[in-house]
Design a protein around this ligand. Structure first.
Ligand code: MN
Length: 317
């Protein structure tokens, strides 16, 4: 999916690294997707005071909602997109020649690097769709790599004591995803059967956060409802999770991301000039290739704001 907000805000970037183990809630924002009737997403990343968790820099939850989702061709730079449908199927096409259907339990991982464009459409007549869209910021020395696409229909599972985690990227215990990523990180869909208490193995050098999607999960003694992102900080070797009823959550984590990022519309960069150049290239039909099966239809870039886009200096909250 895309950041379709017609007036995207400049994202402030501040570091929260160095806090150690914490439990802090970040409320979701309901963001209307401009131009598409009735579509909204719940966005928990980036947050004003939590720009990244590891290299994870964007986390939207869409649905569950009956809708015809049609996201026309649009560009990305400097990131990887992680598309994770939980209900419904999504038809993905991109400028590196991919034309695939992604189904629940399967991972679409698109690397934008220097530049890619793609489109995403739901399949069927107003199907029930529920999906996560996440972005991973590429590190500075990989931000301009060649675009690419991977679909993973089989993913490893970490299973213990009524907990079943599907590992999309990175590793959880002995379950390691084959997906190509560029910084040390983890992303996993964690299902808990009713009555489960289990431990998730974590890397203490990572910071982590958990988004409860269905039901309620007790995390290290704190009841966590669906909706807000629970930031867990660093320094944890394991996380005790339990659920009285069936529950589902998404775990993200990684080495605290060192770079100051400028995020605007669908671009991740490190300067105003990089963003402005990407926007101009999209508007002029350069850099982002062509998507087979599409004509001239596309999502136009919004106007740049009247101020210079700047990364915030990193400082503790
Ligand atoms: Mn997109």
């Amino acid at each position: 999916m895309s950041d379709l907000d017609a007036h995207p805000a400049v994202t402030e970037c501040r570091s929260v690294a160095g806090d150690g183990a914490v439990l802090e809630f970040f409320e979701a924002r309901s963001v209307p997707l401009g131009g598409i009737r009735g579509m909204r997403v719940d966005r928990v990343l980036p947050h004003r005071s939590l720009p990244t968790v590891g290299a994870w820099c964007f986390l939207d939850q869409f649905g569950p909602q009956r809708t015809d989702m049609s996201v026309l061709p649009h560009p990305h730079t400097g990131l990887q997109t992680v598309t994770w449908p939980m209900r419904g199927e999504i038809h993905h096409r991109d400028s590196v020649g991919s034309d695939v259907v992604v189904r629940p339990g399967q991972l679409n991982l698109m690397t934008a690097g220097h530049g890619v464009s793609h489109s995403e459409f739901s399949i069927g007549d107003a199907p029930l769709t529920h999906a996560l869209q996440l972005w991973l910021a590429l590190p500075a020395d990989r931000a301009g790599i060649e675009a690419g696409f991977e679909q993973h229909t089989e993913l490893p599972r970490y299973e213990r004591d009524g907990l079943r985690a599907t590992v999309l990227v990175g590793g959880l215990g002995d379950a390691v995803s084959p997906a190509t990523v560029h910084t040390p990180l983890v992303g996993a869909d964690v299902e808990l059967a009713a009555g489960t208490t289990a431990n998730l193995p974590l890397r203490p050098d990572f910071e982590h956060a958990l988004l409860v999607i269905e039901g309620e999960v007790n995390v290290a003694g704190t009841p966590v409802p669906a909706g807000p992102l629970l930031y867990l900080g660093t320094g944890r070797e394991e996380l005790t999770v339990s659920a009285a009823g069936d529950a589902r959550a998404f775990l993200i984590g990684g080495e605290p991301f060192p770079d100051e990022l400028v995020m605007w519309w669908n671009f991740v960069a490190r300067s105003h000039e990089e963003i402005a150049a990407a926007r101009a290239d999209w508007e002029h039909g350069d850099r982002f290739g062509h998507i087979a099966g599409h004509g001239a239809e596309r999502i136009p870039a919004p106007e740049l704001p009247g101020v210079r886009l700047r990364p915030r200096s990193r400082r503790p909250r």
